[in-house]
Design a protein around this ligand. Structure first.
Ligand SMILES: NC(=O)c1ccc[n+]([C@@H]2O[C@H](COP(=O)([O-])OP(=O)(O)OC[C@H]3O[C@@H](n4cnc5c(N)ncnc54)[C@H](OP(=O)(O)O)[C@@H]3O)[C@@H](O)[C@H]2O)c1
Length: 281
């Protein structure tokens, strides 16, 4: 199979590239932002027409949630309309498209976990833009996976875990919100799951939730990080979202339920593995 990944230098792009280069025997190619801007429809078409992939995996996106609020038009273009165009091109060229979406397409008011069939209702620009991408893909092609995931951490990029560990080196008092609930997900496990999806010939097009199991709050996730690294000198203080001056609102409950795919391990198991990979424990 011939596979083309877009967004090669991002957290997830690097991990999926690593997974496909180390497993299976596909012809795998990856492009970064400099190679191809996904908002350039003509360049996208020429690249795909020339390259003729069977599968396109798009990890390229604008992911700075707070910055999105002031750049609505730009963000709707990158995360939304570009994916609509990509889906149209993939459909014309008979190529399958995998797109990544987010727990932030939900408003966070549900009492319980969000299933793949729940109706999205985003509360920030980033969520709106990712939902637009989902909608245009479903409109423009029948041959797709929309993979919703959440709270990514992993090698190759700064993330919540590395931020906590860096802050602990400088500051013994760390404040973390305790009223946002979700599922931290290890990019390594997500990439493995995506590899399996692409190689599962019987898996139908549709929306899938792929996250590590076990929900938590950011505060409790931070606590697990400091407990696992024996950082007993850190004074971790729980705060509420109201005490944080963030530009974009976040859903309070964004726990995704994976009810269609084989389940990934729990996030504490994944975190332990990640900290081992970092040679921290
Ligand atoms: N990180 C999370 O917690 C999370 C949670 C849920 C869903 N997701 C979704 O998962 C996917 C991957 O996220 P990630 O965390 O890996 O993101 P990331 O680390 O921010 O990487 C995104 C990549 O996309 C590239 N990019 C941005 N605009 C582009 C454009 N117009 N054309 C081509 N490339 C462009 C960026 O390149 P430059 O840096 O050079 O611009 C960057 O390398 C995204 O769809 C995201 O919405 C992420």
């Amino acid at each position: 199979m011939k596979i083309l990944l877009l967004g090669k230098n991002g957290l997830l792009g690097r991990e999926i590239t690593h997974a496909f280069n180390n497993k299976g025997n596909d012809e795998f190619f990856a492009l970064n932002h400099t190679d191809l801007d996904i908002t350039d429809k003509d360049a996208l078409f020429l690249m795909l027409k020339d390259f003729k992939p069977n599968y396109v995996i798009n990890t390229a996106a604008f992911t700075f949630v707070d910055e999105c609020e002031a750049k609505k038009e730009f963000v709707m273009d990158v995360n939304g309309y570009a994916n609509g165009a990509l889906a149209e091109i993939c459909n014309d060229l008979n190529c399958h498209l995998t797109y990544f979406s987010t727990d932030y397409v939900f408003d966070g008011t549900k009492d319980g976990e969000y299933t793949e069939d729940d109706t999205p209702s985003p509360i920030n620009v980033y969520g709106h833009s990712k939902l637009l991408g989902e909608q245009l893909i479903q409109k423009n092609t029948d041959n797709f996976y929309i993979v919703r995931t959440s709270w990514l951490f992993g090698m190759h990029s700064r993330n919540f875990v590395t931020t906590m560990l860096e802050r602990a080196k400088k500051n013994k008092e760390i404040k973390v919100v305790d009223d946002q609930i979700g599922k931290p997900t290890y990019s390594h496990d997500l990439a493995g799951g995506v590899f399996d999806m692409i190689h599962d010939k019987s898996l139908e097009s549709g929306i899938y939730h792929l996250v590590n199991e076990e929900k938590t709050s950011w505060y409790h996730f931070a606590k697990k990080i400091f407990d696992a690294t024996n950082s007993s000198d850190v004074n971790l203080i729980r705060i509420s979202s109201n005490n944080l001056d963030r530009v974009a609102p976040r859903p309070l409950n964004s726990s995704l339920k994976n009810s269609k795919l084989p389940k990934l391990r729990t996030h504490p198991q994944a975190l332990e593995d990640y900290l081992h990979q970092l040679n921290i424990i």
